[in-house]
Design a protein around this ligand. Structure first.
Ligand code: BMA
Length: 315
């Protein structure tokens, strides 16, 4: 048995000192929290649009856009995204529970994939937008017990591709990849990241949109272990997937890049959760990682892209 690996004291991921960047107090309506939000740069204007998960006092959810010029200071719009509440299927399979949105831009169109929760378990829903102002419902894109869907930003071998996290009957869950000719019908599914390690043995699932690099698809993912008292602890990890076949894991960091440590990550509506649904890569090589703290507040951390890549191989 080799010695456990040692790690330098300087973290590669740095929390923004003004965290949290959005809280319930910033919302134009009463709510319990804003967290697990997706974020993307508007390709035309260069401004940032965050699609916030806003949880109402009745524990229903809104997808509520917020705008920013610098990716740090966000202002919530006056209204949430209009959902297709007249659509009987939408009502049947959401019941007001839609959350954890990921935004991907593919060939100039923005797509929003999010969890839709009802008495029929969790499914993935899909909306699209040309301008990040008006969003159009496209339909459900998974069957039962699947969440954390995130689209790749380009087709792979001529097909749309996505990562997601189906639950398994033994209570574990981990990341899979699937393909589609039209974004609506998905198949050819393969497993990607198995549960592993001391800090991810219970579950894992994709976080932000995969980032294309020279080495492969850099994937930020969440990984869950269970502590005493059945306490689930959510960490963030990184892995490198093959560009042409993302079911092939080329490298995977052995230690998390972020774990719940600060008060706003440890205590909230849930405990000990860092959960990311969005990241933005700047031209400078800085990666802004947006993440929810303790299912209550929206936070920001930054890292160098090269450090995240290196972490897959050497951390
Ligand atoms: C997951 C999702 C996330 C949440 C996490 C921790 O199953 O529901 O939205 O952040 O649990 O509670």
């Amino acid at each position: 048995m080799p010695q456990p690996q040692m790690y330098p004291k300087t973290d590669i991921v740095k929390r923004y000192e003004g965290n949290p960047i959005l809280t319930a107090a910033d919302a134009p309506v009463a709510c319990r929290g804003i967290y697990n939000s997706g974020c993307i740069k508007n390709q035309k204007t260069g401004t940032y649009v965050m699609i916030c998960r806003l949880e109402t006092v009745a524990m229903k959810q809104f997808l509520w856009p917020a705008d920013s010029d610098d990716g740090i200071h966000f202002n919530l719009r006056k209204e949430p995204i209009k959902m297709p509440v007249d659509n009987p299927a939408f009502l049947e399979y959401t019941g007001g529970m839609y959350y954890d949105p990921r935004v991907t831009c593919i060939e100039g169109t923005y797509y929003l994939v999010f969890a839709c929760h009802s008495g029929h378990t969790c499914r993935l829903g899909l909306m699209k937008s040309k301008d990040l102002e008006q969003f159009e419902w496209m339909g459900f894109i998974s069957s039962v017990d699947n969440r954390n869907g995130v689209l790749f930003p380009e087709k792979i071998n001529g097909r749309y591709a996505r990562l997601d996290r189906p639950n398994t009957s033994d209570g574990r869950a981990y990341t899979w990849v699937s393909y589609s000719p039209d974004l609506l019908y998905w198949g050819d599914s393969r497993h990607v990241l198995m549960t592993q390690d001391e800090w991810g043995w219970k579950k894992n699932g994709p976080a932000a949109v995969p980032i294309k690099t020279d080495k492969g698809w850099l994937v930020i993912y969440h990984a869950v272990n269970v502590m005493c008292g059945a306490q689930y602890v959510y960490h963030l990890g990184v892995a490198m997937l093959d560009l042409k076949d993302p079911s092939k894991v080329l490298a995977r960091a052995k230690a998390p890049i972020l774990s719940p440590e600060t008060p706003y990550e440890r205590v909230g509506l849930a405990y000990s959760v860092v959960f990311s649904a969005g990241a933005v890569v700047e031209d400078s090589g800085e990666v802004k990682i947006y993440y929810g703290g303790a299912d209550t507040v929206q936070c920001l951390a930054t890292a160098r892209l090269e450090d995240l890549i290196d972490a897959c191989y050497n951390r």
